[in-house]
Design a protein around this ligand. Sequence first.
Ligand SMILES: [Zn+2]
Length: 292
Amino acid sequence: MPLVSMGPMLRRARADGYGIAAYNMIDFNSAKSIISGAAELSAPVIVQVSVKTVKHWGYAHVATWVRMLAEDAPVPVALHLDHCTDIDVIRRCIDAGWTSVMFDGSALPFAENLEKSSLVYGLTETAGVGLEAEIGAIGGVEDDKVVNDDQSRLADYDECLRFVAAMPNLAVFAPAIGTAHGFYKGEAKIAYDLLERITKAIDTPIALHGGTGLTDEQFTRCISLGCGKVNISTMHKRLFIDGFVGLKAERPKLEEPLPFLAAQHDAMKGDVMACIRTFGSAGRAAEAAHAA
Ligand SMILES: [Zn+2]
């Protein structure tokens, strides 16, 4: 199918109580593993890319890979830009064919975050692509951004309402609710009460950042409370490396490269499929495509 925009399919997911997996791709093989895992389970999926990865490969290359893989797949695929603070990068992604972008103004004071997010909202609405925007401060390490424990900050409820009211067609809203990027040191402390208050007041689907390391119960509870988009990055990166070097450890004399790529692909795809099953989006491709 042609690439789709994530907003309508996320609204459908939230309304029907399931979550759509949003994986951070690394290269062509990784994008292929994400889309083939979704295709095998007839699930909608979001392929998202960090700013660092886009700059590494180039805008046109990333967009072309994902568009070609999506066109060959029988499931709806969205191409999304993850955490971005640079409006110029956002413009270039929109021009290159991304179907949604995230503007991350969470490091800014609320009024400035609202002002800049609203400006990007104007751009995305004009271009017909989706926008994800964040408030509060999600802890951990994402790309080059480090938010220490003492700097992480839950989203403020009243600010959430003002923020979303200013952007009624926001594709997905990312309030900080206690999850963190990277591997958790202990168990994640999710502010379910805050999440529930937010989702009782607004219909916009919520993005769950920092998905790696959450338990099935935590995923299920967050999804039932309105998290329509579930981000997985750290585990995918781990399997990208382990899938490759694991085979070398097993078969040190192997010199042919393609089996390494296959081992890497299969390790990543297995995790994609396990998450899709947990999030409840297996078999939802047709309804998501219809919504899109
Ligand atoms: Zn994130």
